[in-house]
Design a protein around this ligand. Structure first.
Ligand SMILES: [Zn+2]
Ligand SMILES: [Zn+2]
Length: 264
């Protein structure tokens, strides 16, 4: 059973204009048995309005595809919420709709700038990584989501020519974050996107996943973070290999916000 619990449809601002139906068809072709459509909605800080996401629109497409492809593929109703702790409206949104799975992400720092858009030549990268890990811990403490997404996100996007960012020197901040993930019974995501960037590996880094395991973490989730029908399931086998290499023999899949262990 091959699952991919993190992917984006045309409803995400940064995805290809592919419908849930196109994604489901590509996923069947790819041999996936369960997918979660997890479009973006980021909550910014300091009163800035949240990102637009047509939640009823995407859920309606998922319902239609579920009816059409019943027995061929399982399509879960997901969402990738950025900075859930920055705005109480995020929790209200989760109450208002019947999501299966909620991914929590940190894309944006309290200055409202996405890591993707930061000017890395003119900022203190070490300070930024420390701040990121502390802010991510706050978000996990706040909770309300099932899976902590792509812990390696800033590493993925802050690379410059002679600079290979890593959490190797930041374990002092990583460990308390991982402990909080475990305490809150949140799954840690193994995200494939890093495999296709400079890191050439799925995240989180080996020693981070090993530490999570050592601290008693048992729950991991896997996702391609695909932003197009053409790339659904991309890198999923590497995510599974990463999990297995660190002693995990199942991944979590959430249905109606309840986690179930699926053997890998
Ligand atoms: Zn993300
Ligand atoms: Zn994503």
């Amino acid at each position: 059973m091959l699952v991919d619990c993190h992917m984006h449809s045309r409803f995400s601002f940064d995805a290809q204009p592919d419908t849930v139906q196109q994604i489901a068809e590509a996923s069947i072709e790819r041999g996936l048995s369960t997918i979660a459509i997890t479009d973006h909605k980021d909550y910014f800080y300091h009163g800035k309005p949240p990102m637009e996401l047509d939640v009823p629109g995407v859920l309606a497409e998922i319902d239609a595809v579920r009816a059409q492809y019943d027995g061929k593929i399982e399509v879960l109703k997901g969402i990738e919420l950025g900075e859930i702790h920055a705005d109480p409206d995020a929790a209200a949104l989760l109450e208002a709709y019947p999501f299966d799975t909620v991914i929590g992400s940190m894309h944006v720092m309290p200055n409202n700038v996405d890591f993707y858009d930061m000017d890395y030549d003119h900022l203190d990268q070490e300070q930024l990584l420390r701040d990121y890990l502390m802010e991510a811990k706050k978000m996990v403490e706040y909770g309300g989501f099932d899976v902590l997404a792509h812990l390696d996100y800033p590493l993925r996007v802050m690379k410059r020519d002679n600079n290979h960012p890593s959490f190797a020197n930041f374990m002092e901040w990583v460990v308390p974050l991982l402990r909080t993930v475990i305490d809150r019974e949140i799954s840690l995501e193994i995200n494939a996107a890093g495999l296709f960037g400079w890191m050439k590996k799925v995240g989180p880094e080996d020693f981070v996943l090993a530490e999570y395991r050592r601290l008693g973490g048992t729950m991991v989730s896997i996702g391609s973070d695909s932003h197009a029908a053409a790339s659904v399931g991309r890198g999923i086998e590497s995510c599974i290999a990463h999990a297995k290499a660190h002693g995990f023999d199942y991944v979590m899949v959430y249905r109606a916000r309840k986690g179930e262990a699926v053997s890998i």
